[in-house]
Every structure is written in C-alpha cells, then in structure tokens.
Write a protein that binds this ligand. Structure first.
Ligand SMILES: [Fe+2]
Length: 396
C-alpha cells in the first residue's frame, strides 16, 4: 500500500492575521516550545495568538541535538499546562524536541527511552486526543515542519535515536518568512544545501513515487534559483519566503519518498568531523550524484541517469546527451556552493590529510550502516564507499 501525507501548509501574506481561524478560534491553550536563542523572537507569534484569545505559555528549553531527557522535560511542561495546541517554534532541533514532548504528553504511558520502539512506523500511537501540533520553522532546511521523523540524542549511550510515524506529521506548518530573516549567512547556506540534498535524495531514492517526484523537482529548481539570493541579502523577504517554501516542499517530497545515499554519507561526515548537517549534505551531494550516475542501479530501482537528466532539463540545462546534462548539473551545484561559500571538498572544509586518514575507516563503517543507505538506487559499500570518501577529500 502506498500513501501520500502532508500537513496543512499555511503561508502567504498576512498569515499571522489568519491564525485564529486556522487554529479553531476557540480561545484554547497553546504551548510554544522553543529554544533560548529564538525565545526573544517568539513574541510576534505569542501576540498574534493572544489577539485571538488564546492562552499562551512558552517553554524555551529546547537545544541543538536535543536529548531524550530534554524531550521528557518538555513532556512534563505540557502535562502541567495541558494545552489543546502544541506549537514548535525554531529550527529542526526545536521542532523535533516539540514532537517528542507532544508524544509523551499524549502518551504518558511511554517511557522516553522507549520512544523509538513505541513510535515505530507501523505503531498506532493514538495522538491528538489532547492536542494538535503546529510547526513554525525559523530556518529553511530540515523540513521537519512537514515530515514524520524525529531525531534525538541518547546522551547516556552517546548515539542518535531516530523514529518515524505518520501520526507525527504536524497538523499545520505555519510559514512566516520574517521568522527566517535573522539567520546568519553560514546557516542560510548550510540549511539551504540540506534542502537541495533532501530534494535530490528524494527524487532519486528507491521509494520515489509519482507524488513525491513533482515536489522534489520543484524544490530543486527553487533552491538553485533562490538560495544565492537569500544568501546575498538576508533581508530579501521574497528570497526568504521562496527558500522557506522550498524547505517545506522538499520536506513533503522526501517525507513521502526518503533521503538516500547523500544523507548516509553526510551523517557519517557529521559524526567523524563534528560537521553541521547542512554543510555535510552539501559536501556529499555532488559526489553521491556522480556515483549513482555512473553505477548500475539495483534491480527495481529508478534509473539514476534518467532521473538526473530529467532534473538537468528541469533546471534549464539544454544538453541532449544524458551524461553531458548530468555533468552540467553537477557543475551547476558546485557553482552554487562556491557562490554561497560552502566547501567543495573535505580539504576545503579544513579537514587535514592526517585527520581524514584517521577517520576513513569510521566514515566507511558509519555510512555502510546508515539507514539511508537502504534507499540508495545503487549499491555502495566497502571499496566503493572508501573511493567515494577519498574523492570527497580531494575533489571529483
Ligand atoms: Fe537533511
């Protein structure tokens, strides 16, 4: 059985003025979950909600790489306040913290350490008996406002805990471009490359469908056009809105397909070199695409050469030969990276040869066991993986 799932996306001019009617306009309690850096910006959302008679309470305990303990703390805050809406305000970490806290509020019988088992893709969680969920992103990257996934960190066992369930997809993704205008250039660049990685992974993944394809293509085109503009001028609200839309569109796209080889490589880079996720995705992107374009696909997988040639045509590359079109597409992505000051190679990213050599085995092992590898249209392991990481160090 296949299905397509999406939150209601609320966006466009005057969106905050329509908030009351979107949420039911019944003066209910709204709990906002955010982090300390965003707490100073949350006032606009709070005031908009209060104008419609909502009781609002803010918890600003979310942190980057949110831990299980933090999610439990958020869950306790929600239980004490007992809201009818949970609103996540922030980047992917704040949204993931809020999603996990919301599940614990709805299901106090679940121990936080058991969340990954309880919220597996096939489980019937029975959410929304107490509250609905709204995500208000302040970065344009993870797409968490539109996806079914949560990533937390188990600090005691020093490992990531990821889980996904259809019921976790937010009811509403509220897109307000002004909330992303404060992002520094480096965050704009990194999160933007994450969007491009989601869309290209989602378009080439084994699980792609007719429904995810259109969204992924649209997000790819928007990133290539609007990311440089958002990077050059963070106050350009049209560019901010386009990248915010692209992040959500890619989120729905890969949320109904999957992230793939690029993300498997990027997760391994992130662990080995403590590299921010978006930068790692940007680095891995052209190498992973080059690999799938030159490797025979797994039986039943979409043909990466046909797929990437379609992407190339969609973004205006007029090469009739498929391989020439793909080469031009990869050059276009490298040009984008240069324009937004993102590294092309691991060496550009400041990784020394010694550091790279000391981590090579871990890089290969980490990528090989990453869950995203399952979605790759081409097998990639052992020597092929090592070769790929070596190329990433010195260049294509
Ligand atoms: Fe990502």
């Amino acid at each position: 059985m296949a299905f397509f799932i999406s939150p209601k996306i609320v966006f466009g001019k005057g969106v905050l003025k329509r908030l009351g009617s979107e949420l039911g306009n019944d003066g209910a309690k709204v709990a906002i979950i955010t982090d300390k850096t965003m707490a100073q910006h949350v006032g606009t959302l709070k005031e908009a909600l209060q104008e419609f008679g909502y009781q609002v309470k803010i918890w600003d305990g979310a942190e980057p790489e949110p831990s299980l303990d933090l999610a439990a703390e958020g869950g306790r805050f929600l239980s004490e306040f007992s809201p009818q809406w949970v609103a996540a305000f922030g980047g992917g970490s704040a949204i993931d913290t809020a999603k996990a806290s919301w599940i614990l509020y709805e299901r106090p019988d679940i121990e936080v350490g058991e969340l990954y088992k309880a919220a597996n893709p096939k489980a019937k969680l029975g959410l929304r008996k107490k509250a609905s969920f709204m995500a208000v992103p302040t970065t344009s990257g993870t797409g968490s406002e539109a996806t079914w996934a949560v990533v937390l960190t188990d600090k005691k066992k020093n490992r990531k805990v990821a889980f996904a369930n259809n019921e976790i997809v937010p009811d509403i993704a509220l897109l307000v471009p002004e909330f992303t205008a404060g992002m520094p250039k480096s965050v704009t660049a990194g999160t933007g490359m994450d969007v491009l990685g989601h869309a290209l992974d989602g378009y080439t993944a084994r699980q792609q469908t007719d429904f995810s394809d259109g969204l992924c293509l649209q997000a790819i085109g928007m990133c290539l056009e609007w990311l440089p503009k958002a990077f050059q001028n963070g106050d350009d609200l049209e560019a901010r809105a386009k990248m915010q839309n692209a992040a959500a569109i890619a989120g729905i796209g890969f949320g109904n397909s999957n992230t793939s080889l690029c993300h498997a490589l990027a997760h391994s880079l992130g662990v080995a070199f403590k590299m921010p996720h978006g930068r790692a995705v940007g680095l891995a992107l052209t190498y992973s695409l080059d690999y799938i374009a030159s490797t025979a696909p797994i039986s039943g997988a979409p043909n990466p050469v046909e797929r990437l040639a379609t992407v190339a045509r969609f973004v205006g590359i007029n090469e009739t030969d498929a391989q020439a079109a793909i080469d031009a597409l990869l050059d276009k992505i490298d040009s984008l990276k240069k324009e937004i000051q993102e590294p092309i190679t691991l060496s550009d990213a400041g990784i020394s040869e010694e550091k790279f050599a000391s981590q090579l085995e871990n890089l290969v092992l980490g990528a090989a066991k990453d869950v995203n590898m399952y979605s790759s249209p081409c097998e990639c392991k052992d020597d092929a993986l090592e070769h790929l990481f070596r190329k990433m160090f010195s260049g294509r």
